[in-house]
Design a protein around this ligand. Structure first.
Ligand SMILES: [Zn+2]
Length: 141
């Protein structure tokens, strides 16, 4: 997995919100892990204020799938706020300032980077071998 081109820098996230790379120490019980897809769904919908239709298109998802991912994210964030947990975004090499291009699996929720990933190029999940995968791309702000 190569390093990506550095994009323009963005405002620092709050202290209790940071990315967790797989090589880091294991997740503490007290933390909540959100997926790259959940993070991106919230960013597009609530931070950038895009319509659900545009959000789903940008992520290469159907609207029902986008809606489900967003709902999962809300549930986790709510739990974190109510129970005072830390929020981490799972996934390798994900950074606020970097582009993430890869796939996600609708069956086991695995997410992985793939520089050649696109909506046209279908792949199977490396973890559960399902072909219910989707293109996952997040662009810097
Ligand atoms: Zn899978």
């Amino acid at each position: 997995m190569g390093r990506r081109t550095r994009m323009r820098s963005v405002k620092s996230p709050p202290d209790n919100f940071y990315f967790h790379s797989r090589s880091d120490e294991p997740l503490l019980d007290n933390n909540i892990e959100i997926t790259v897809a959940e993070f991106e769904a919230m960013r597009l919908k609530h931070y950038l204020g895009m319509t659900q239709k545009i959000c789903a298109e940008k992520m290469g998802l159907s609207q029902p799938t986008f809606s489900r991912i967003l709902k999962n994210a809300h549930k986790k964030i709510t739990e974190a706020i109510i129970e005072g947990k830390e929020i981490r975004v799972q996934g390798g090499n994900v950074d606020y300032k970097e582009i993430y291009n890869g796939y996600g699996c609708l069956v086991c929720f695995e997410e992985w980077e793939d520089e050649l990933a696109s909506t046209e190029r279908k792949v199977t999940c490396p973890k559960c071998e399902s072909d219910k995968t989707y293109h996952l791309i997040r662009e810097p702000l």
